[in-house]
Design a protein around this ligand. Structure first.
Ligand SMILES: [Zn+2]
Ligand SMILES: [Zn+2]
Length: 223
């Protein structure tokens, strides 16, 4: 158990309040990550406003990046000190996970949107009472998070934290749409409507696979 700080949503729609909280040590397949950056996605704000009251207080945040501080006894993929990005949780054993589609994991709801682990527990507590977590398997609006090892992706130590963080949602949503679903031929034209984190990630993926021309449409000129 360790003392951490988290941006807590006390009731649905309430502003984030920074609170001291307690975080359990990682279980055998879990990893303790000290957050170095976290993106704010529109989904954090939208779900904060519509989140079920019985799953509050809650910690949101699902674009986290940081360094591994401790690992559970069964973890093999990372070691303390590794730089990592966090991503959504999946079970690894259902037919969707086995087919290489963890985003469609049958246990997705329990592992990402239940306010904690799939067994109903949460690694966080606030004044001795459960503090719900596990948002997209992360709850990265905190100094630390305990997450399942399947949601931890090792990244290069020279990747700036502010660049790494959005890979956990915006990066893979935008790039994944182009690389995994659209799969354009080199030389295809591609238009991205909306050049935020998702759109710019799609744009970079389109450039990387040789789309030409690539056009971004956005009302903000600096993008
Ligand atoms: Zn998101
Ligand atoms: Zn699964």
């Amino acid at each position: 158990m360790r003392r951490v700080r988290a941006a807590v949503t006390e009731t649905p729609g309430a502003p984030f309040t920074v609170r001291d909280a307690d975080l359990e040590d990682p279980r055998p397949h879990e990893v303790l990550v000290r957050m170095t950056a976290a993106g704010i996605c529109h989904t954090d704000l939208g779900m904060r406003d519509t989140w079920p009251r019985h799953l509050t207080p809650m910690v949101f945040g699902h674009e986290g990046t940081g360094r591994v501080e401790a690992v559970g006894a069964e973890v093999t993929g990372v070691v303390p000190g590794d730089h990592v990005c966090l991503t959504f949780a999946s079970c690894g054993t259902c037919e969707q996970c086995a087919a290489g589609h963890p985003a469609y994991c049958h246990a997705s709801r329990a592992r990402n949107f239940s306010g904690g682990r799939d067994d109903g527990t949460t690694p966080l507590s606030l004044d001795g009472a459960p503090l719900h977590a596990g948002f997209f398997g992360q709850s990265s609006f905190a100094t630390h998070a305990v997450v399942h090892e399947r949601g931890v992706v090792k990244v290069s130590s020279d990747l700036p934290a502010a660049v790494a963080a959005p890979l956990g949602c915006g990066g893979q949503t935008g790039a994944g749409t182009v690389l995994n679903r659209l799969r354009p031929e080199p030389g295809s034209s591609l238009v991205v409507l909306g050049a935020g984190g998702v759109g710019l990630s799609a744009l970079m993926a389109a450039v990387a696979v040789g789309c030409d021309p690539v056009v971004a449409v956005d009302p903000v000129a600096s993008r």
